[in-house]
Design a protein around this ligand. Structure first.
Ligand SMILES: [Zn+2]
Ligand SMILES: [Zn+2]
Length: 276
C-alpha cells in the first residue's frame, strides 16, 4: 500500500532516533505497536502477551492484529443469544478497525467506525490462551479482546455474524444499515426490515424491499388512466453485496418504475402485502 510506504519513509527520515525493526530494518507496524505496550493492559498477563504477539508479528500487515479494546469503546450493547460456548452480545464499536499508520497525526488511521461486532465470553480463565488460539483459527475475523467491568468476564470481539447461517450474510448487511434510514412510519420500517432479514443468500435479495428516498427518482410523470406515476429510479435494484466496497452492487440504473399511492394509512401493511 502506497500510503504505508510513504509514511514509513517519512518516519525513518524524520526521526533517526526511533527504534527500527530488526526484521524490516525500519520503523514498521510492529515497532509502532510495541511503543504503545505501556499504555494498555487487560489486567491478565497471558492475554496481554497474546495480544502483543499478534501485534509484534504485524510488520507490514495489520489484518491479523488483535487489540485490547476498553469496554467503553462499545455502545448499544445488546444481548443476542446463549450458545453452547457462552453468551453472545451485539454492539457497535466506536473506533473500528486499524487501517494504516497516519504519520501526520501520529496515530492509527481507522475505518468502519461504529461497525457492528459480536462480543463472546471467554469461558476458560485457566486456559485462556488455548481458547484464544482455537478461536483465532475460525473463519471470521477477531478484532480484539475486551472485559465487561461488571462481570469481569473477558470477551472476544468478532465480526457480527448471523445466528441463523453463521456468516456475515445478506440479512446482516441489511441489518447493519437499519440505523441509516427510516420511512417515518414504524410499521412500514418493520415491514421493510423483516423482508430484508428473511433472506440470507444471494437469491433472497430479490425479495427484499427497500426504503427509497423520493429524491432518488426523476422525470416523475402522472399517468391518469392508471392513477399512478411513472419515474426513473437513479440507483436501480440491488444485485449483490460487494465485499471490497462494503456496499451493495446495483444494476438497472435509471430503470423505469411505477409509483403507486398507498391509500389506507391505517391498513397500510395489509395494502403493501396485497400489492406484493
Ligand atoms: Zn518489522
Ligand atoms: Zn444469515
Amino acid at each position: 500500500m502506497n500510503t504505508y510506504t510513504e509514511d514509513i519513509e517519512t518516519l525513518t527520515k524524520s526521526s533517526h532516533d526511533i527504534k527500527k525493526c530488526e526484521k524490516c530494518n525500519f520503523t514498521c507496524y510492529a515497532i509502532l505497536f510495541q511503543r504503545n505496550f505501556k499504555n494498555w493492559t487487560s489486567g491478565n498477563d497471558d492475554i496481554d502477551k497474546f495480544i502483543q504477539d499478534t501485534q509484534l508479528s504485524s510488520h507490514d500487515n495489520v489484518k491479523k492484529v488483535l487489540e485490547w479494546i476498553p469496554y467503553d469503546r462499545f455502545h448499544n450493547i445488546e444481548y443476542i443469544a446463549k450458545y453452547e460456548f457462552g453468551e453472545v452480545y451485539r454492539a457497535n464499536w466506536i473506533d473500528g478497525n486499524i487501517f494504516y499508520w497516519d504519520n501526520e497525526n501520529q496515530n492509527w488511521k481507522r475505518k468502519d467506525h461504529n461497525m457492528f461486532v459480536n462480543l463472546k465470553n471467554l469461558n476458560t480463565p485457566n486456559n485462556i490462551v488455548l481458547e484464544l488460539t482455537n478461536k483465532i483459527n475460525i473463519e471470521y475475523k477477531i478484532h480484539g479482546i475486551t472485559q465487561n467491568p461488571k462481570t469481569k468476564n473477558y470477551m472476544i470481539v468478532l465480526d457480527n455474524i448471523c445466528d441463523k447461517c453463521n456468516h456475515i450474510c445478506y440479512a446482516i448487511h441489511f441489518q447493519q444499515n437499519f440505523k441509516t434510514w427510516t420511512s417515518g412510519n414504524y410499521n412500514i420500517d418493520k415491514l421493510i426490515q423483516n423482508s430484508q432479514l428473511s433472506g440470507h443468500t444471494y437469491y433472497s435479495v430479490k425479495y427484499a424491499l427497500e426504503w427509497i428516498p423520493y429524491n432518488r427518482f426523476y422525470d416523475i410523470k402522472y399517468i391518469a388512466k392508471d392513477e399512478s406515476y411513472r419515474a426513473n429510479w437513479i440507483d436501480g435494484n440491488i444485485s449483490y453485496w460487494n465485499d471490497e466496497n462494503q456496499n451493495w452492487k446495483r444494476e438497472n440504473y435509471n430503470m423505469f418504475v411505477i409509483l403507486k399511492s398507498l391509500d389506507t394509512p391505517k391498513h397500510i401493511i395489509n395494502e403493501i402485502e396485497n400489492e406484493a
